[in-house]
Design a protein around this ligand. Structure first.
Ligand code: ASP
Length: 318
C-alpha cells in the first residue's frame, strides 16, 4: 500500500504498530516537533515489537512515549481547560481478553496511560475506570509519582490558552472552545507476534473546555476499543460526537453483525456518521489480518506505522 493513503494491508502477518498524534488543520509551525515526537514513539514501537512484548504492553509504551514528548495534547504539554489547568484522560483495551482500564480528569499524573494499564492489570472486578482524586489515589498506591499540575503546563499551551481566552466571551460561556480547535490527542494500536490486538489513547482534551469534562478517549467503545474477533481502534476528534456514535464499537459492530470489511466500516463511521454530525477528526484501526485504515475528515492526521524490523513510516496529509 502507498502509506500516504488511508487504507491497506501492511507488513503481512508480522507484528506491527500504528499510531496517531491528532487530526486537524495542521500549521507549518507545528510540523517539526510533531514529526520528532512521532519518530520517538515509532522507535519505542520498534523496541516493544522486537522485544516480543504483548500488544497491551506495547501500546502502553508507545503512548507513554507520546505523552512524554511535549509536542502533543497528552501528558506534559497538554492543552489547558477553562480554569487554566492540565486535565487528562487516557484509556486502553486488550483485544484477546476484553479487559480495559481508564483514568479521567486527572491533574497530577504525567503518564495517565500507565495508570490505566495498572487498572487493566488488576482485572476489571473492582474498577476499570477511575476519575479525578480517586484515580490519583489509586495511582499513588500503585507507586506512581503525583506531580504538581504546574509541571505539566508548557509555555506553548499557556500562550494558546491566553489567546483563546482573550477572544472568547468568557463570562457568558461555560467553555471557550475555539472553532477548528487543534486536536493533538495521541493513540496507538498493536498487533503482536501472537496476533493479539490492543488499543490505547491519551489526551488533554481541548483548550478552554469545562473543568471536569471527560472526552471519548477513555470511554471504551468510543475513542478506544479492541476485540480480537474484529478490530482495534483509537480515535481523535470532537469527543462528544465520537461518544454519541460509540465510534470504535460501531466499527466493531459493523464488522461483527453486518460482515463489513474494516475499511468499509471505518470509512462509514468517519465520513457518514461522524463528519456530517459535527464529529470532525479521524481514527486509526487495524484488524487481526493486518489490514490497516486511517480515515480522517479534516485536513490532516499525524500518523505512523512500524512493522517489526522495517524503517518507520509517517504521513500527515491524504
Ligand atoms: N477526542 C479528544 C477529546 O474529545 C480530543 C482530541 O482528539 O483532540 O477529548
Amino acid at each position: 500500500m502507498a502509506f500516504a493513503g488511508v487504507s491497506g494491508t501492511i507488513g503481512g502477518a508480522g507484528p506491527l504498530a500504528l499510531l496517531h498524534g491528532g487530526a486537524w488543520a495542521i500549521p507549518d509551525t507545528a510540523l517539526a516537533d510533531h514529526q520528532e515526537g512521532l519518530a520517538e514513539a515509532l522507535a519505542a514501537a520498534q523496541f516493544a515489537l522486537s522485544d516480543a512484548r504483548p500488544a497491551i504492553d506495547a501500546v502502553t509504551r508507545i503512548v507513554a512515549a507520546l505523552e512524554g514528548h511535549g509536542a502533543f495534547d497528552a501528558g506534559c504539554g497538554a492543552m489547558l481547560n477553562r480554569a487554566g489547568d492540565v486535565e487528562l484522560d487516557a484509556g486502553l483495551m486488550d483485544g484477546p481478553t476484553g479487559r480495559y482500564g481508564g483514568v479521567m480528569a486527572v491533574q497530577r499524573l504525567a503518564h495517565p496511560i500507565r495508570v490505566a494499564y495498572d487498572l487493566l492489570q488488576h482485572g476489571n472486578g473492582q474498577a476499570a475506570l477511575l476519575a479525578g482524586d480517586g484515580a490519583e489515589a489509586f495511582a499513588e498506591r500503585e507507586g506512581h509519582t503525583l506531580v504538581a499540575n504546574e509541571t505539566l503546563i508548557c509555555e506553548r499551551e499557556r500562550q494558546r490558552y491566553a489567546e483563546h481566552r482573550a477572544e472568547a466571551d468568557v463570562d457568558s460561556s461555560d467553555s471557550f472552545l475555539p472553532d477548528n480547535a487543534p486536536s493533538d490527542t495521541v493513540g496507538a494500536l498493536v498487533r503482536d507476534a501472537e496476533g493479539r490486538l490492543a488499543a490505547a489513547t491519551s489526551t488533554g482534551g481541548m483548550t478552554g473546555r469545562r473543568s471536569g469534562r471527560v472526552g471519548d478517549s477513555p470511554i471504551i467503545g468510543a475513542g478506544t476499543f479492541a476485540d480480537n474477533g474484529t478490530c482495534a481502534v483509537s480515535a481523535t476528534g470532537d469527543g462528544e460526537v465520537f461518544m454519541r456514535w460509540l465510534a470504535g464499537h460501531e466499527i466493531h459492530a459493523r464488522m461483527r453483525h453486518a460482515g463489513q470489511s474494516l475499511a468499509d466500516a471505518a470509512e462509514h463511521v468517519v465520513q457518514v456518521d461522524l463528519a456530517p454530525n459535527g464529529g470532525s477528526g479521524g481514527l486509526v484501526a487495524i484488524d487481526r489480518d493486518g489490514n490497516v485504515v486511517m480515515p480522517f475528515s479534516c485536513e490532516g492526521m499525524y500518523r505512523g506505522v512500524q512493522c517489526e524490523g522495517d524503517p518507520p513510516r509517517t504521513a500527515i496529509y491524504r
